[in-house]
Each structure stands twice: as C-alpha cells, then as structure tokens.
Design a protein around this ligand. Structure first.
Ligand code: TMP
Length: 202
C-alpha cells in the first residue's frame, strides 16, 4: 500500500491554522480521501499535562517543557502518525516539531539543534504550512475568541520571538501562507498548495 501524506499546520497563536485544518479536512473527505485530523500537544497523558501547565500560568523549567513536548510527540508518532502513514491516510496535524523549534527556541534553546534532532528522529512532513500574521494580530485574535487562555505561551514579547523563529525557517517542504485575508481566500491558497503535492481535490 502506498505511504500516506503528512501535512502540518503551523504558526503563532491566533494565526487561524485550526480553522484551515478543519476546512481542508472537509474538502478532502468530500473527494473520498481517508483523512485523519490530529494535533500536538495531544490528548494523551503527556499532552494533557502540558495543557494543564500552560493554562495554570505556572511555567515549568524550560528543559522540562522541552522534554514534555518531545515525549508527547514520541507517543504521537508511534501510536498514530506512523500507523496512519502506513495505512495510506492523509494526516492533517495541528502543530508538530516546527512549533518546538519556534517556541522552545524562543525559550532560549538552539533552533538549529532542535531542527536537526527532530529531522533525525521523526517523520519529515510532506508539507508544512506556516500561517503568517504578526504577534500583535495573533494575540488580538486569541483574546477576541475568548475560551481557555494559556498564559504560559500567550505573552507578547514571547510571541514576537516565536514569530521571528517561524520566519527564519527554511526547508523545501515549508510553505508560507498569508493568514490575513478572509478564511475562504486562505482556504483556496491552502488547496492550491495541497494540490501541488498531487492530491486530488475538486
Ligand atoms: P495550541 O494552542 O495550538 O493547542 O498549542 C498549545 C501551545 O503549545 C501553543 O502556545 C504552542 C505550544 N507548543 C510549544 O510550545 N511547543 C510545541 O512543540 C508544541 C507542539 C506546542
């Protein structure tokens, strides 16, 4: 059976990636594709621990935070991503290791080292879409949508560093999407990028 595809959705908080992921999933399913929607941090035990920490406002040591994201990813790759890729599924993943490069890089870790280690250990995405807006716009959207806040990450100076780290990433499989226009306009852009992978979309 042909190996599936891994498409990841990345960007700072409030960039609109989760909305775009859902829209693409719906569009692909309408064409009969076998689509799996997933995310990091996951809903597994380590992912839950990360969310509880982020929502509590009590940050843990940066080393511990980095270790948690990697531990969560190891389980995700082993239990979900690898099996689904082997089955030929199209996986749409809301955040993956480019988030570790950008966010834990903003905590002070060397971005090139996180990138190298991640590429060596985990499946490399077929496509990474980075949704681009500024940190100010992103935080304004996060505050406007309300819901649970994650004060450990949603802080302007930190988000500015994250934005810079995302902007510096360069790989052949990374594509940048302007996340400012209307959601339908962004969706059309996403569809074009996915079609370029050879995926059939009406
Ligand atoms: P979410 O808001 O997209 O659910 O992600 C939760 C937070 O976790 C978000 O602020 C980004 C952060 N994060 C990291 O710092 N490192 C990572 O590796 C991942 C996957 C997320």
């Amino acid at each position: 059976m042909e190996r599936g595809l891994l498409i990841v959705f990345e960007g700072i908080d409030g960039c609109g990636k989760s909305t775009q992921l859902r829209m693409l999933a719906e569009r692909l399913r309408a064409r009969g594709a076998n689509v799996v929607e997933t995310k990091e941090p996951t809903n597994g035990p380590v992912g839950k621990r990360i969310r509880a920490m982020a929502q509590s406002g009590n940050a843990v040591a940066p080393e511990e935070e980095l270790a948690w994201f990697i531990e969560d990813r190891r389980e995700h790759v082993r239990d979900k991503l690898e099996p689904e890729l082997a089955k030929g599924s199209i996986i749409l993943c809301d955040r993956y290791w480019l988030s570790t490069v950008a966010y834990q890089g903003a905590r002070g870790f060397a971005t090139d080292e996180i990138m190298r280690n991640s590429e060596a250990e985990f499946p490399i995405p077929d496509l990474a879409l980075i949704f681009e807006i500024t940190a100010d716009e992103g935080l304004a959207r996060v505050n406007a949508r309300g819901g649970r806040s994650e004060p450990v990450f949603e802080e302007i100076e930190f988000q500015k560093k994250v934005e810079k780290n995302f902007a510096a990433l360069e790989r052949g499989w990374i594509v940048r999407v302007n996340a400012r226009p209307a959601v339908e306009v962004i969706h059309d852009d996403v569809v074009d990028r996915v079609r370029a992978l050879g995926v059939l979309i009406d």
